[in-house]
Design a protein around this ligand. Structure first.
Ligand SMILES: *Cc1c(COP(=O)(O)O)cnc(C)c1O
Length: 386
């Protein structure tokens, strides 16, 4: 089976991890700060906090922004559930903004319309999670204008987008947001096995997230309520978690960062080949914003079902049967039973639902060969034309 995504682990990665295993620190040593510095410098953000997953990063990002009971977080229905669940962890409510049928990202016009209505009803969101689906950035300029006008905070869920650029600058520099989050799960662009990172230019948010990552405990005398009892002393000044990344993971991350540009470049080559070689087939290939350089975590096609004598599900199943490990990103979050129990229902976000009825993620990853890609295309052609 050709998978839809796969990590690339080199001898240099293995050596870096083994070196940590033989060192004094398996956790809370020098590698985590080094990984944070490498990523922060790369994207051009002032502060970076490595954590054990992007889900944890989203949670502490929401808490640092003050999200709590009675507050609302809005996001796209076409995302992984974690982009929305982070609000529920904080006791806040979730709502969604339908997607743009061309980019599959949260639609800025739909956002503006919903904000106008929410202002009338007194139900404005406190936080918006802008998900850069497939690695293609959202219209961050439009979103940040609305954020200032309506007074909400912005988290970029850039789990798909490290190494990509928006208007010539690396995603993660937080020019148009308060916090950006990356994921280093093995299917993502670079990996630390499990892992995530929160980036910000705001020192206060960075300090708050650093506390929340490690039990709400500080050893910084300037943050304590009174003078230290002695050199052993620490204070718990907030309720935090153990969301720390290990030294092994950080070493793997530092090593993977050396190949990030190469990885994204290869993904662009593969996407370009798909664009060309699929142009005759009854599928819609992904539209790319001309002002951006996508991280291309995913390559999603939409089936033109009126031109195909099969259902979406039949095409998907036949591809899997014939050894192509396609996937579907994502099931609209509002259609999950847990969200339906909150009152969301089919028909609430028609663009997202229409996307879900046609979308298929084709294999794309840095070590996918041209030959294997040709095989994907040949099987797809056979399935669609038979
Ligand atoms: C993978 C992913 C997450 C969660 O990442 P983890 O590191 O697995 O917690 C969140 N949002 C999006 C859009 C993702 O793709």
């Amino acid at each position: 089976m050709i998978p839809y995504g796969r990590q690339d682990i080199t001898q240099a990665d293995i050596d870096a991890v083994v070196e940590v295993l033989q060192s004094d620190f398996l956790t809370q040593g020098p590698m985590v700060p080094r990984f944070e510095q490498v990523v922060a410098r790369y994207v051009g953000a002032a502060h970076a906090l490595a954590v054990n997953s992007a889900t944890s990063a989203l949670h502490i990002a929401c808490l640092a922004l003050g999200l709590g009971e009675g507050d609302r977080l809005w996001t796209s229905p076409i995302t992984f559930v974690a982009s929305a669940n982070c609000a529920l962890y904080c006791g806040a409510q979730v709502d969604f903004v339908d997607i743009d049928p061309r980019t599959y990202n949260l639609c800025p016009e739909a956002l503006e319309g919903k904000l106008r209505e929410a202002e009338r009803q007194g139900t404005l969101p406190k936080v918006l999670v802008a998900v850069h689906l497939c690695g293609q950035p959202c219209d961050m300029r439009a979103i940040s204008v609305l954020a200032k006008r309506y007074g909400f905070k912005v988290i970029e869920d850039a789990s798909h987008a490290i190494g990509g650029k928006y208007q010539g600058e690396f995603i993660g520099n937080c020019r148009h947001s308060d916090i950006t989050v990356f994921s280093f799960h093995p299917v993502k662009i670079i990996t630390t096995a499990e892992g995530g990172m929160a980036l910000t230019n705001d020192l206060e948010l960075a300090n708050k997230m650093a506390l929340l990552r490690s039990h709400g405990i500080t050893r910084d005398p300037s943050l304590m309520t009174h003078e230290a009892d002695g050199p052993w002393y620490y204070q718990q000044i907030d309720l935090g978690f153990n969301y720390r990344m290990t030294e092994l993971q950080a070493a793997l991350g530092v090593s993977q960062m050396d190949r990030l540009d190469q990885y994204v470049a290869r993904r662009h080559q593969l996407a370009k080949r798909y664009d060309e070689l699929l142009s005759e087939l009854p599928v819609t290939t992904p539209w790319q914003r001309p002002d951006s350089y996508s991280g291309l975590h995913l390559y999603v096609i939409r089936l033109q079902l009126n031109k195909i004598g099969k259902t979406h599900r039949q095409v998907f199943e036949l591809l899997r049967e014939k050894g192509i490990g396609v996937n579907l990103h994502y099931i609209p979050v509002h259609s999950q039973p847990y969200y339906q129990a909150m009152g969301f229902k089919a028909g609430d976000f028609p663009q997202a639902e229409s996307y879900y009825s046609e979308a298929i993620s084709l294999p794309i990853f840095q070590t996918l060969s041209d030959q294997d890609q040709n095989q994907v295309i040949a099987v797809l052609r056979e399935v669609l034309q038979a």
